[in-house]
Design a protein around this ligand. Structure first.
Ligand code: ADP
Ligand code: MP5
Length: 263
């Protein structure tokens, strides 16, 4: 059985975080497991409350999984604060790790801080080096590299800077570019551009979470990174096309069942 683990925050509205990740794993036919780092009360309009879990509860969840179950890949999402980054880092270090993809979630689409300022440095300096891939969006890449990112050339420069922080592979996501939705991948030697036209649908809640968990699922299935990203991009484009309204704000994407999305 192919398995994948998400270490992330719970999204009560079911579009992003743990819930979005598990839906993505299921859509790929991969058995999903979860370690919850924080509980958010959120809907399509706002995040109204966040409760970070205590480090021991996070450590125990990770121990429970790795002491017993073969994990094919790990996706890390919302970490919320320094104590949580520390707990995740130190507990993962106890085990032999499958490939990890880290989505350095910092702010929700609805504008709420999901990673406190003082946790960013620790995440970059200590967590990035143990990751097989990081998948920042443009805003996150700007915050970490301290450079403005306006176009594809800037994205490539940011990739190089981010790669120097230690992750083996970098994917800067271009969902917030004006004209196209082009993501730039860098492995320390080559760039690959993953292009797609912008889909005119504002129901995009959970896109970043789904992209990184689709990459993890494809690793678990056995694809190398450049193919895993290609397949994840294809998955996310279909999912955005199928995005639908369930509240008064931006709705979720549609997770198609296995077999539908890569035809
Ligand atoms: N309107 C859109 N049309 C097509 N692809 C999109 C659109 N918005 C986002 N994407 C894609 O969805 C993925 C998530 O990107 P992005 O929105 O930048 O991340 P995040 O959700 O972390 O902000 C990327 O592959 C990006 O190119
Ligand atoms: C628990 C959790 N994790 C991640 C996101 C980011 O997703 P989005 O960018 O779609 O708001 C979120 N809103 N909530």
């Amino acid at each position: 059985m192919k398995t994948a683990l998400t270490i992330a925050g719970s999204d009560s509205s079911g579009g992003a975080g743990i819930q979005g990740d598990l839906k993505t794993f299921a859509a790929h036919g991969v058995y999903g497991m979860s370690v919850i780092t924080a509980i958010t009360a959120q809907n399509t309009v706002r995040v109204s409350h966040i409760q970070g879990l205590d480090p021991l509860t996070i450590e125990k969840q990770i121990d429970a999984i790795f002491s017993d179950i073969q994990v094919g890949s790990v996706k890390i999402g919302m970490l919320y604060n320094k104590r949580i980054v520390h707990a995740v880092l130190n507990t993962l270090k106890k085990y032999t790790m499958p490939p990890i993809v880290l989505d350095p979630v910092m702010v929700s689409t609805t504008g709420r801080i999901l990673l406190k300022g003082d946790a960013i440095t620790m995440m970059v300096e200590e967590l990035f080096p143990i990751c097989h891939m990081i998948t920042p969006n443009i805003l996150e890449a700007e915050l970490i590299t301290k450079m403005p990112i306006k176009n594809i050339d800037d994205m490539k420069k940011a990739c190089i800077r981010l790669h120097k922080q230690g992750p083996k592979n970098v994917l800067v996501k271009g969902g917030h570019l004006k004209d196209t939705a082009t993501d730039i991948y860098y492995n320390g030697y080559d760039f690959i551009s993953y292009e797609h036209e912008r889909i005119p649908n504002t129901n995009t809640h959970g896109t970043g979470c789904a992209l990184s968990s689709a990459i993890a699922a494809n690793w678990s299935i056995g694809y190398p990174s450049h193919v895993a990203i290609q397949r994840a991009k294809s998955y996310i484009s279909k999912a955005i096309q199928g995005g639908f309204s369930i509240g008064s704000g931006d709705g979720p994407i549609k997770h198609f069942p296995k077999g539908v999305y890569n035809e």
